[in-house]
Design a binder for this molecule. Structure first.
Ligand code: HEC
Length: 201
């Protein structure tokens, strides 16, 4: 379960990108169809019975587009539709981890982390290596308030940020930045063991 946390962070990042990219595709195709409708020549009395037409080019070839107001006499079997962009954008919103209530429920109350084996040791480590920056009034010069709103100067704050602590200081060495408040390898191991115990317990 604990290693699922790292994978979940990767998946969350991938889904977020999918969301952004399909969102851009959606906006792009919307703009294209708006431009297409605005540029349509509707005064040409087309033999096909279409309401309007336009000729467009971009790179190779020339596109000849005709717009029917209702279904044409013979409906093509392979009518292209521009809907996946909006569907995927919405679906990726629904599955954005961390943005939804079901995730909070699945994680359970942070009390769970405070009760897990090893919490006392983790608290010592975090108070010693993180709280000088991560508090309302950081002792570290140049900081105004807890960085990114992450408060790590109380048991409550530590339990609430269990997953972030695991990712930033247990699994990776992202925190402390540049290992400013030097952390022992064994201390990171203590963080990992505690978080995994909480996930399994
Ligand atoms: C020297 C000051 C300092 C220390 C010590 C420090 N941090 Fe940070 N922390 C920062 C700063 C600055 C940021 C904001 C970084 C940024 O903007 O990308 C940050 C950001 C974070 C974040 C948010 C990351 C994000 O992208 O949302 C977490 C979680 C975090 N720190 C955890 C820890 C933990 C756990 C420790 C101790 C093991 C720790 N920090 C020690 C300064 C510190």
């Amino acid at each position: 379960m604990a290693d699922f946390t790292a994978m979940e962070a990767w998946v969350a990042s991938a889904v977020r990108w999918l969301h952004v990219v399909t969102g851009i595709a959606w906006i792009g195709s919307s703009f294209y169809f708006i431009a297409l409708d605005l540029g349509l020549h509707r005064d040409r009395n087309l033999a096909s019975g279409a309401d309007g037409e336009d000729w467009q080019g971009r790179g190779g070839g020339v596109h000849h587009i005709q717009k029917y107001l209702a279904a044409p006499e013979q409906m093509p079997e392979d009518l292209g539709r521009f809907e996946w962009e909006s569907y995927v954008t919405w679906l990726s919103t629904l599955s954005l981890p961390g943005e939804n209530d079901w995730e909070a429920q699945a994680e359970g109350p942070s009390r769970h982390y405070a009760e897990a084996e090893g919490f006392a040791d983790v608290q010592d480590i975090v108070l010693g290596s993180c709280s000088m920056c991560h508090s309302a009034e950081p002792g570290w010069e140049g900081l105004q308030g807890a960085p990114k709103g992450v408060h790590l100067d109380s048991a409550k704050g530590i339990a609430e940020n269990a997953k972030a602590i695991y990712l930033q200081a247990g699994l990776s060495r992202a925190m402390p930045p540049a290992d400013l408040s030097f952390m022992e390898r064994t201390e990171r191991e203590v963080i990992r063991r505690w978080f995994r115990a909480a996930m399994e317990g």
